[in-house]
Design a protein around this ligand. Sequence first.
Ligand SMILES: [Zn+2]
Length: 395
Amino acid sequence: MHSLWDDAAAPRSSAPLALRAYTSRLIGGNSDLVLYGGGNTSFKTADTLYVKGTGVDLGAVGEEHFTALDLERLRAMLDDARISDAELMRGVDQCKHFPEAAKPSIETLLHAALPYTHVEHAHADAVLAVANVAGCENRCAEVFGDLAPVVPYRHSGAALARVCKQVFEDQASTRTIGLILAFHGVVAFGNSAHESYENLLCLVNRAEDWLQGRGAWQLPVSGVATTGMDKAESLREAASAIAGFPLTLHVASTPQTIAYARRHDLAKISQQGPPTPQHAVFTKRLPLIDGDIDAYARRYRSYLQQTLGSTPHELDIAPRIALDPAFGLCAFGVNEHYAGVAAEIYRHDITIISRASAHGCYHSASAEDIARAELEYGGFEQRVRAIQHNRSMDT
Ligand SMILES: [Zn+2]
């Protein structure tokens, strides 16, 4: 992956937030680093943390999208072991300099914990393809060493911030430029916008080089399908009936999706979970692979009940991704845009899972962790449907 830093394009203004926004857009504009709402960045002065607000795409972020918070207060809360994770998360909002400012990123405390002026967090495909395997810690130690110590999986927010702080304090050396977040992503940092961005690329390139050296980079391909569209349409109808609202279909028949759908080990590697929990918000935890939507729905209901104790009203039990040897991949979404989003995210997942499976046994975060992420980040489809409904009432 090449650096997109451009001296001519980088803002010359003395306002450091302008540069922070510039490199954030470089990261956010690369779908191999972050996808749809994933990733976040920050900048800090001696007493203030500026962190990306939630709901803004990293690829379109401007100076005005960073929320200013009281850095000392955030760190004091983080250091106080008597404060529970839930209280800590509630306390973040009270540290905003301006109460009306946007809700800051869920990883605000992680950004506060690290002693660098610039911090970036991404879900880089190549890093996930290296790390998301059984024996993740050993593999990461082999590939990244003390450049980026590995942090065990924790839920986003307070729990993740606390463990990152601990790992950094215990394991960082003078060479350390980031952290690998097991089954989640990567963090990089530095003391300028340019340095921090290049440190992120350094870790990604290390992962890419290692995968290439292990023969795990090339993706399997198959001939492009010409059949199966009727089947995809009938799956969409069945999925809509289960979801309780009409879903839109997006078919992605490519040499890679077809080769993936035809893999002999598909039932194993595709049924672990997504490479980073945030992807499940758009793709659900698992794709449909046998065309039996009723059986899928029964399994999904049981997964939600086992992990969350119920089927929350925010989550339905219909698939968003279906794989089939005839057409490869099809995705379902609340509208055309989100069907396309789900398809694009799953195409990245295919890349990550295929590369991880070429050098190890692919793993994701646990079912409990994915369900929690689906619930906490989910619910966007209901908001989209409400907006679509209001629009149709207006016309
Ligand atoms: Zn993340």
